[in-house]
Every structure is written in C-alpha cells, then in structure tokens.
Design a binder for this molecule. Sequence first.
Ligand SMILES: [Zn+2]
Length: 112
Amino acid sequence: MSEVIYGGKCKSCGTVSYPRRAVCANCRNESFDRIEIGGEGKVLTYTDVYALAIDYETRYLRLAIVELDDGIRVTGQLLDDDPKLGKRVKSTIGVVREPGDKPIMGLQFVPV
Ligand SMILES: [Zn+2]
C-alpha cells in the first residue's frame, strides 16, 4: 500500500494540481515539482457519479472537491454518508479503483 499521494506544483507559478495535470491550468506551463498532498480541509462541493467504468464494483462514486488547510484544492473520493458543504474532512489513501488485479490508490476523504 502506498502511503503518500503526490500532486504537481507548477514550477512557473506555483499552482498545485491534484490529480496531476500535464499542463498548468493557470499558466500553461508543462513543468512540475512533486508535492505531497494531504491533511485536513473542508468540502467545497461534492457529487455522486453513477456513470462508471465497468470495472468498478460500487454503484456510484461520491467525489468531492476539498480545500485543504494549506489552500490547495483537490479532488478525491468522499467516504461520508452524510456529506455537507463546508464539513471538515481529513485525507486518507485507499483503493479508488480495481481494474483487474492491480488496485489504483488515490485520495479519499473521511469526516474528521
Ligand atoms: Zn503554472
């Protein structure tokens, strides 16, 4: 199990993206430093996604955009049956997808 999730910090303007992008959304630069993503934050918005690839075993995914306490906004899976905007959550790392026999690790959020 991997314990650390990394985002990309733009080498030109410092904008952090997670999931990492090939091109900076702010300045179009294509060069990034790896930066550790995690900690606590609050839910900015969330949505339930039902149109999933066939290898998902769940009926839907609840995805949230969370603003971490260091100001970074990240997208991750929200593991909360009673989600609310502004609710405090903390990040954890878990299996977000299991296509075949190779689990994909990603960012998840649980209530604090
Ligand atoms: Zn940039």
